[in-house]
Structure formats: C-alpha cells, structure tokens
Design a protein around this ligand. Sequence first.
Ligand SMILES: [Mg+2]
Length: 289
Amino acid sequence: MALPNGPGDGGAWSVGDCHGRETAGIAGCRYAGRVNGEGFDNGAGAWSRCDNTPREVGMFEAIALDADDTLWENETFFRATEADFAALLSEHADPDLVNARLVATEMRNLSRYGFGIKGFMLSMVQTAIELTEGRIDGNSIGRIIEMGQDMLSHPVHLLEGVEQVLATLEGRHLLLITKGDLIDQERKIAASGLAGHFAGVEILADKTPASYASVLARRAIAPERFLMAGNSMKSDVMPVIRIGGTGVFIPHDLTWSLEHAEPQQDESYHELAAIAQLPVLIDELEGRS
Ligand SMILES: [Mg+2]
C-alpha cells in the first residue's frame, strides 16, 4: 500500500486524505449503555434502546473502525505463541507463572517498546532470561525469535461479516484507526485486501483521548460527529466518548488483559455482539430507522 504521508501529532502516521463527508446535524440520540443498566438486549445482541429524549437526525462525518480483533484475528495468534512460549519454559516454571511474568514484563516495557509483536518478542526473551535466572540457552532464545517472526508473517484472517459490513458502508467516510508496529500494521492492512474501503488509515502509537483528538483535528472532523467501533473498551471506546464522540464496543472472545477497562457510571456507549450489526446501529443513531 502507499507509504504514509508522514508522522502526525503524537507519533501518529496517517495514510490517505479526507473526502466525501456528509453534512447534516448531529446524531443526538443517547442510547443507554450497558454500564448504567438502562439498555436491553434487543435479541440481536445489540444494546440499542433509545431513551425518550428527542434526537436530531444527522449523519456521522466519519465512521472509524479498529483493526486487530475487530476486522481480523490478532489475539488468537498471541495466545497460541504464549502457549508455545510456556511450553518452551516448562522445565523452569508452570504455564500460569510464565504467562503472569510475561504480562508483567510487557506492562513494564510498554512505554519503551509500544504495542506490537516486536515488543512482545523482546518481552518474551527478557521473561525467559529472568525466569531461568540466566540459564536459558541460545537455541531457546532463537526459538523465541522464530515464534515472533512467525507472527509477523502470519496470514490475515478476516473476522466474519467484515467484508459485508464494509460493502454496506460503501460511500461513507470510513477510517481505519489502529495502533502498534507501523510495519506490521501496514503489512496486515495490505494483506487484508480492505485498504480500498477506507478514506484514511491512522496507525497510532497509542489510542488515547489526546491521540484521537489529534486525528480528528488534523482531519477537521467534529468529535460529536465521529463514531469509533472496536473490540477494546480501553482503546476504542473510552477515549472516544471522553472527547465527545460515539463509542461502539464490539467485544471479541479473546482480548488482551491490558485492553480491559471499566467506564465511569456516566459514560454511555453502545455494545454490539458482532460487527454485522454496525450498519443497523448507525442507521438508528442517524435517525433513519
Ligand atoms: Mg483491537
């Protein structure tokens, strides 16, 4: 795919431009999120009951999607590698201890390495050295590096319903907003075959209120007319609702422990059981159903 057009604010790289926005009012319907217990499951798994406050009919300026575990499988490859890593160290520690130490090492290293597979590889090496008190042999270190390199070349497996949803949303201003290793994310975006659906791609160092605000400012998108959907409450939902946008939580069966978060009582979001339900939710929020 095309090279990024340069580093944006906060270490972000952006690809693509801004075009094709709709102009209208804002989507004013505030849905009761699961967090405040006022929503209900409509049978399709969506928390989608609107309260009785009047809502303005309008369009979102941009609809953004997360990538890992929203468009394609990701965490499943990490879990498989974690199991291989635990097996490699089985003579030294039981799998639960290996996993706990690995997660702790990743947390300590996040500020240095950022998110992604390369940092994960380094954290595995460090964990192996620490757990064996330096007795890990060179061949085992080599095996750990191979595990990471296998992940970096793994085929992209799209999640069910993704292609149909993107086809349904054709013509809307779609953004792909992800985080992690720049090269690995670009590889996956290219391999997914989905890049052509998106007006822009943002690969961020992290997903925070500030990094979302920076993206929206650079693209001249009003936060209240911005919708972001993804599998991480911490990265895809909470930062977006905290800058006044609409957050849609689409949980994946497997989510990294560091991506879990609890919204505050007054923070309302939408939850879908599957990405296939997203177009219907957007229609509802925009007052077209
Ligand atoms: Mg994700």
